[in-house]
Design a protein around this ligand. Structure first.
Ligand code: G6P
Length: 299
C-alpha cells in the first residue's frame, strides 16, 4: 500500500495522518479535540486510544508485540473472527480465526458533526481465506474516536449459504496494577473457567485477580466496568448484540513465557472482551448482516 496515496485519499489536515508503522504496516494516526488514537490496517485493529483528559492510554499495547505477516499484534483491540478461541472444527486452524492477521483496507475517514473522527476499515474474502474458511464475506469495522471510542464490527454474508460465527473484540485495557483491579457487573453470573477444564462456575462478588484468569461469562449485562484504583479511574464498556464476555489475564508465568509479552506485563493490562462465544453462536443468513458493537469510556 502506498502511504502517500492513502494520505491523499484519506488524510485530514491536522487530524488524520497515515504513516508507515512498525513492520511497514500502515497506521492511521488520529488527533482531534477529544482524543488521540492509532489504528492499524493490519488486523483492522485499534492500537491506542487516549482521551485528552486522561494521563494514560485506555489501551495496552505490548512493547514486544510482533509486527509480522501471519502474527497477531498483541494489544489494543484484536478481532477474533470467525471463531473465538481454538478451531471449533479441530482442523488445526489458528486460534481466534484469521482476520487479526490480514491487511484490511480503508473505506472511509470522515469528521462527524461533533468533531469526532470516524474510520471505516474493511476486509473481503480471498482465495486464501476461502482455503481456511470456505465462505464469502464482507467485514467492516467502524471506529469513532471522540470523547469515548465506539467500535462497530459488521459481518455481511455475501455468499449463497448461511454461515455461523463466534467472535470477540479482544480488547487489552491498560490498568495501573492487576492486584487493585475489579471488574464489576459480573456478580452472580455463570462462567466457563478455561483454567479449570471449562467447568461451569458462578461468580461470587466482583472479579478480582490472583494468578491466571481465563473465563467466559455467560448472559452478561450490556454494561461492564473496570474499576482501576491504582490509576484512579473506571473504564465503562457498553456492548450491543453480545451476551458473552471473556475476562483474561495471563498471570506471571504465562506472561513470562509469551514471547510477545514482557515478564511483568500481566500487571498492566486486563482483557475484557465483548463477544459472541461459547454457546452464543451467531447464524448469519446469506445476504444478511450482524453487528457487534462496543463503546469504551473513561471516568
Ligand atoms: O495469545 P492469543 O492467541 O492472542 O490469545 C490470548 C488469550 O485470548 C483469550 O482471552 C483466550 O480466552 C485465552 O485463552 C488466550 O490465551
Amino acid at each position: 500500500m502506498n502511504i502517500e496515496q492513502l494520505n491523499a485519499d484519506y488524510g485530514i489536515v491536522n487530524k488524520v495522518k497515515i504513516v508507515a508503522g512498525k513492520g511497514g504496516f500502515p497506521i492511521i494516526e488520529i488527533n482531534n479535540e477529544y482524543a488521540n488514537a492509532t489504528l492499524s490496517l493490519y488486523g483492522g485493529q485499534i492500537l491506542s486510544f487516549q482521551p485528552v483528559n486522561q494521563a494514560e492510554d485506555i489501551m495496552f499495547l505490548s512493547n514486544q508485540a510482533y509486527y509480522q505477516e501471519g502474527k497477531a499484534i498483541k494489544g489494543g483491540t484484536p478481532i477474533c473472527w470467525p471463531w473465538f478461541g481454538p478451531d471449533p472444527e479441530d482442523k488445526g486452524r489458528a486460534s481466534h480465526g484469521f482476520v487479526r492477521n490480514r491487511l484490511w483496507t480503508i473505506r472511509e475517514i470522515v469528521t462527524t458533526q461533533d468533531g469526532s473522527t470516524e474510520v471505516v476499515m474493511g476486509l473481503l474474502d480471498t482465495p486464501e481465506t476461502r482455503k481456511i474458511w470456505d465462505y464469502s464475506f464482507d467485514m467492516s469495522i467502524a471506529i469513532t474516536v471522540g470523547n469515548s471510542l465506539t467500535v462497530e464490527l459488521t459481518t455481511r454474508n455475501t455468499g449463497d449459504n448461511s454461515f455461523s460465527i463466534t467472535q470477540a473484540l479482544h480488547t487489552y485495557f491498560r490498568i495501573g496494577d492487576i492486584n487493585q483491579v475489579q471488574v464489576l457487573n459480573l456478580e452472580d453470573l455463570s462462567y466457563l473457567d478455561k483454567v479449570d477444564g471449562g467447568k461451569n462456575k458462578t461468580q461470587t462478588g466482583t472479579v478480582t485477580f490472583d494468578g491466571e484468569c481465563d473465563r467466559i461469562y455467560l448472559d452478561v449485562p450490556s454494561q461492564l466496568i473496570i474499576d482501576d484504583s491504582a490509576l484512579g479511574r473506571k473504564i465503562k464498556i457498553t456492548a450491543a448484540n453480545s451476551n458473552t464476555a471473556i475476562v483474561w489475564n495471563p498471570g506471571a508465568t504465562i506472561s513470562a513465557n509469551m514471547a510477545d509479552l514482557g515478564d511483568l506485563d500481566y500487571q498492566r493490562f486486563v482483557c475484557v472482551e465483548t463477544a459472541n462465544a461459547a454457546n452464543e453462536v451467531i447464524e448469519v443468513a446469506a445476504g444478511s448482516d450482524f453487528n457487534l458493537t462496543a463503546n469504551y469510556s473513561c471516568y
